[in-house]
Each structure stands twice: as structure tokens, then as C-alpha cells.
Design a protein around this ligand. Sequence first.
Ligand SMILES: C[S@@+](CC[C@H](N)C(=O)[O-])C[C@H]1O[C@@H](n2cnc3c(N)ncnc32)[C@H](O)[C@@H]1O
Length: 207
Amino acid sequence: MRQFQDHFASTGAIQPSSRFLARAMTEPLRDRRPAGGVRIVEMGPGTGAVTRGIVKAMRPDDELDCFELNPDFADYLTQLIASDPAFDARRDQIRVHTGDASHAEINAPADFVICSVPLNNLPGNAVREILGAGRRVLAGQGWFTYFEYVLLPRLHSATAASSERERINAVQELKSAFRSGNTWSRLVMLNLPPARAVHVPISAEQT
Ligand SMILES: C[S@@+](CC[C@H](N)C(=O)[O-])C[C@H]1O[C@@H](n2cnc3c(N)ncnc32)[C@H](O)[C@@H]1O
């Protein structure tokens, strides 16, 4: 709650994602994985609600790089991974980086990007950079997953000042241009507020 008050735009949630949303966010990782170990990038892990879902889906040869902008959350997550038994089996396969996920660098192409950065709260240029970074680390193949709260953007847009409406429309257009024909989504009512996990397949032809 304190991080929400102090960093409203970048935190973008009053409470962590539910385990149901975390499960929906990790569906491609469970069901559409290529053979062998995979590389996963998590953008905006916060206090680790989705990270827990990722870790449940990880296998022994997988690697996870988490990029978190807020140093307090990054420290919290580092401690959590070091001490919580839920991470015991995968602790050595996870790295937490403090910094902007737009500048994410890893040493080989990722297969999955799982993004909880609150795209709907950000200026258009920041959204463009996050989506671009996702495409860059995937290097022409894989899945980019993000979530968005349902109903809220429409309600917010209906009551917002015109400059804010323009920002919201610009963000919606960027997300819509990013999605491809084979994008699919999963509605999760058991989350506060209800949300949709959106799974975008990335292919070399789009880059
Ligand atoms: C909506 S919270 C999600 C936290 C957690 N993944 C969950 O689902 O409960 C968004 C998180 O994204 C982080 N964030 C915002 N902008 C970011 C950026 N550019 N790079 C990395 N993390 C960012 C925030 O600090 C916050 O931890």
C-alpha cells in the first residue's frame, strides 16, 4: 500500500495479483514451451506474486531474469527468493535485476516475457519502450504476456480529462498494434480487480 501511495503510476495496483492471475500469466510457459530449457524474462515482478506462478511452472534447465524498477520491491523479492521454501528448487535459476525493464539485457534470446508493468498507467513512449524491449529480448520468437484490468480503463476513460483520454487511447493503439492475429487471452475474475492475461506470440516476420 505504501508503494502504491508513493509510486502510484508505476505500481498500478492496490494489491498483488492473485494466484489465479499468476496461473493465467504462465499458461504459455506451461503449455506452449519448446523442447529443452527455456529463458524467461519477468518485467515488473513487484513482491513476487507472478514470480511464484512462474517458479511453479519452471523446469530444471530453465532460467528466469526479473527486472524491477522499484529498488524496495527488488530488495524484497531478492530476500523472498533467498528465504521462502517455495523457491527452494529453483533459487539458483533466478536473477533479480534492479532497473527499468525497457533496458533489459540478457545473454541469450528469451522464450517468454511475462510483463506486469502497468502499461495502462504509463505515457505512450514508456509503453512503446516496454513492448519494444519485450520484442528485442525475444529476438524473433516466443511469447509476450501482459495483463490488463477489465472495465477499469473504460470507466477511467469515460471520466478522465481530455489529455488523459488521449493518453489512454494512445496506449490502447500501441497495444493493439503490438498484438498479432494469433493473440489470445484469459479472463480472470478471481483477482482484485478482475483482469485479463493477454498472450502475444512473437515471430520473426513481425520484427
Ligand atoms: C502492477 S505491479 C505488479 C506486481 C506483481 N507482478 C503482481 O502482479 O502483483 C507493477 C510492478 O511493475 C514495476 N514497474 C513499473 N514500471 C517498471 C519498469 N519500467 N521496469 C520494471 N518494473 C517496472 C512496479 O514497480 C511494480 O512492482
